[in-house]
Design a protein around this ligand. Sequence first.
Ligand SMILES: *Cc1c(COP(=O)(O)O)cnc(C)c1O
Length: 430
Amino acid sequence: MAFDKSIAAFEAAYKVIPGGVDSPVRAFNSVGGTPPFIEYGKGAYLYDIDGNRYIDYVQSWGPLIFGHCDEDIESAVIETAKKGLSFGAPTMLETELAQEIVALFDTIDKIRFVSSGTEAVMSAIRLARGFTGKDDIVKFTGCYHGHSDSLLVQAGSGLATFGSPSSPGVPADLTKHTLLAKYNDIESVKKCFEDSTEGIACVIIEPIAGNMGLVPASEEFLQALRALCDAHGTLLIFDEVMSGFRASLTGAQGITTVKPDMVTLGKVIGAGMPVGAFGARKEIMAFLSPEGPVYQAGTLSGNPVAMAAGLASLRKLKKNPTLYVELGNKAKKLMDGFKKAAEAVNIPIVTDVRGSMFGFFFSDKPIKNFEEALHNDTKTFAKFHKGMLDKGIYLACSSFEAGFISTALTDEMIDETIKAAYEVLKEIRG
Ligand SMILES: *Cc1c(COP(=O)(O)O)cnc(C)c1O
């Protein structure tokens, strides 16, 4: 495959955009090389500016569950755009999308739309703090909740659970209220509750983590977390920005029996347009401005074109009751194929699937948390990624990312992908 035009495009971008990209993971830093620049997408395929075609397992990092240029979503967007791009005034589209979501999630009575997952989580946390009157929050190492200041934390020095900034530019004064726990480890959460003197407003978790590779929380862990939150008057937030409409129609909530107090959504909810949202039961949402005292706002929030895209996508998802079974079967078929291909050349691999999300680690041990995920063989992954890309298979460019199945993906495409995996892994083995 030739990448000449993409390499030149990356050099041009690099001169005017930091790192050549508008979001760091796109730069291919963890796998080496430079990223293909995309010309267009169609169904399950991506086409780059050198004319290469790829089977797309990234799907804009999750949103495109119907693949690229789905006709229904495309026409909803075009028709809505013709009426104006933004008004800064209420439209019925916002109510319609809100009604669809409220009808779907028994944990959501009211919902507020914003323009990204970052914004959704940041606002949800402010609301949780306002509602409980407490400042501290708990997050799990390896879970990603967007790039707002108080969530860019890493474990501090010493034994305390209080976080320190994971990025320059974030004041330690902001992260000292964020306590860090270990995923799937309830003792570490108990320690956070012991360490917090001010009280904990909320525990935020990706109930199916997709930002340290695919690492689901166990049912017992989520139940224990719920009990602990209840005992302390702490709100439990499920960040379903990725897993929402992906793991099942209602995300992780279609899989676990545990009910969160608040839910954040994004990605699929906008079908490729910038949308995020956070919702909860009535009493909590009543604390939000202008109904209540907790301030939150957005010039482009509930943008009509974005709402139309989300609405068209959600109605399509609701129409097909067996959709997630079909997507899940495809994900399983793909992961079984990768597993056999790796085992055929004695490369250790672990795989997992939740609905249309899949994940694999080159690892000889199962992975339950970020500390364990760090031991995956990233060198083998980088070689695998490059080999697959050269064969027209577009996988996430980091071993700490989940993969996605779209309805446009056919069994033949999966067979082609597995065949490529056999060839690439054999080459890696040498
Ligand atoms: C992607 C993601 C976010 C951030 O969403 P953006 O739209 O990128 O700001 C937050 N939480 C989770 C779980 C995500 O996967």
